[in-house]
Write a protein that binds this ligand. Structure first.
Ligand SMILES: NC(=O)C1=CN([C@@H]2O[C@H](COP(=O)(O)OP(=O)(O)OC[C@H]3O[C@@H](n4cnc5c(N)ncnc54)[C@H](O)[C@@H]3O)[C@@H](O)[C@H]2O)C=CC1
Ligand SMILES: O=C(O)CCC(=O)C(=O)O
Length: 390
């Protein structure tokens, strides 16, 4: 029986893929085999030895201590693209909200206190305070052309905008997805100088933290409208507040409000609703549950952020060793010698690495004794050994 701990509310359609009788699911467990999480911050959380994998039902993994997971041999999955449409729709909505003061206008209309027959006249008198501009013909800069950025770019083109994009790490698949009508910026500065609207879709990493700061704001067109549905920490907050106050940034729609930002001039704070649609929550939960189930039952890894992709077809009756180790010389040799000493034959094996982490799957014939598992576990550089029975 596998124990799966859920740290946030996870859509039932996903959890239903983990069959009762084989999986136990709860929000509290002392020794879970797997965790499914959305935005819960896991950095301070102790990880028991039982924990083999974490599935993030979503894209961003900055709430998960990836380095610690890798050291402990815990595989982390995410579901890039599963919530991209939901975010895209809210970005398009935000671009309109930043252009037309619908938010202010609705609040003002609701505050009207007058006899019913006077309301239409008051509305006509007051509406000039909430006039805006159209997005058609304006230039949208899209930074990060992955799952979300590519969708935003495509639909912005359909709305009559000029779109300029920047992504120095764009994958080959990502490039195929991208509309030919998206202009490729030669550098970030070129994009920032030409954009009337800016939308950011990059992960929060040490290299992207606070990359939007006073220096970058000074390159932008005065009054630029910015949508941030990626992560709040991509912006240096004090510089952002100054740029909003001076009007250099005309509007900032953010899914990541903070105390200082909520009431700042030009800010439209959204309570992290980017992925909060029924469809996206289900998609993410389905992907996350499938990845976790596949890994626990076969050892196969696909879509991990800290482990390499590594797959062998699973067959009934198979004995499989799944071994996580440091990516250093001679581990494979040591493993195969230990198996040979016990008269274990290897039918098939695969070994893959990603940075400091290496992972192997060995389909074997013969008796795998507890002492053999212990000997493997004690081998210098090996972080986790698991016997999977097909
Ligand atoms: N507000 C919300 O609810 C949601 C927020 N997100 C955030 O949006 C981010 C992007 O999500 P996806 O598009 O699904 O991810 P993705 O992985 O498909 O795309 C990210 C893209 O950013 C590019 N990139 C990385 N560093 C860059 C840099 N320095 N400059 C320009 N491009 C760079 C990558 O090459 C990749 O193409 C996530 O990491 C997450 O933080 C994602 C989903 C929901
Ligand atoms: O699960 C959520 O609501 C947050 C989604 C998100 O921020 C992400 O996928 O990166």
């Amino acid at each position: 029986m596998y124990k799966i701990q859920t740290l946030n509310k996870i859509a039932e359609k996903g959890l239903d893929l983990l069959p009762h009788g084989q999986y136990e699911i709860a929000s509290e467990f002392n020794e879970p085999d797997g965790i499914i999480v959305r935005s819960f911050k896991m950095h301070e959380m102790p990880f028991p030895i039982s924990l083999k994998a974490i599935a993030r039902a979503g894209a961003g993994v900055n709430n998960i201590p990836l380095e610690r997971c890798s050291e402990k041999g815990i595989v982390v999955f995410n579901t890039p693209g599963a919530n991209a449409n939901a975010v895209k729709e809210l970005v398009l909505c935000s671009m309109l909200l930043a252009s037309r003061d619908v938010v202010g206008g609705v609040a003002w209309t609701k505050s009207l206190e007058a006899p019913a027959d006077q309301i239409p006249a008051l509305v006509e008198q007051g509406k000039a305070n909430f006039a805006g501009c159209e997005i058609k013909g304006k230039t949208l800069g899209v930074v990060g052309l992955g799952a979300i950025g590519a969708l935003v770019a495509k639909d912005a083109l359909a709305l009559g905008m000029n779109v300029i994009g920047y992504d120095p790490y764009l994958s080959v698949d990502g490039a195929w997805e991208l509309s030919n009508d998206v202009q490729k910026a030669s550098g970030l500065e070129t994009l920032l100088k030409s954009a009337d609207y800016l939308t950011i879709h990059v992960p929060l990493l040490p290299s992207t933290k606070e990359m939007y700061n006073a220096e970058k704001f000074a390159m932008m067109k005065p009054g630029i409208k910015i949508m941030n549905f990626a992560r709040g920490e991509l912006f240096k907050e004090d510089d952002l507040l100054d740029a909003l106050e001076s009007g250099q940034i005309g509007a900032y729609v953010t899914d990541f409000p903070t105390t200082k930002l909520i009431h700042a001039k030009g800010v439209i704070p959204v309570p992290h609703l980017g992925a909060s649609t029924e469809e996206s929550e289900e998609n993410c939960a389905i992907w996350a549950s499938r990845q976790l189930k596949n890994f626990l039952e076969s050892g196969n890894i696909e879509n991990s952020v800290n482990f390499p992709t590594c797959k062998l077809p699973m067959r009934k009756g198979i004995k499989r060793l799944s071994i996580v180790n440091k990516n250093i010389p001679n581990i494979i040799g040591t493993v195969t010698s230990l198996l040979a000493k016990e008269g274990i034959n290897i039918d098939e094996m695969i070994n893959q690495s990603k940075g400091d982490v290496a992972y192997m799957l060995l389909d074997v014939q013969g008796e795998i004794s507890p002492s053999l598992i212990q000997a493997l576990e004690k081998t210098e550089g090996i972080r986790r050994v698991r016997l999977i029975l097909g």
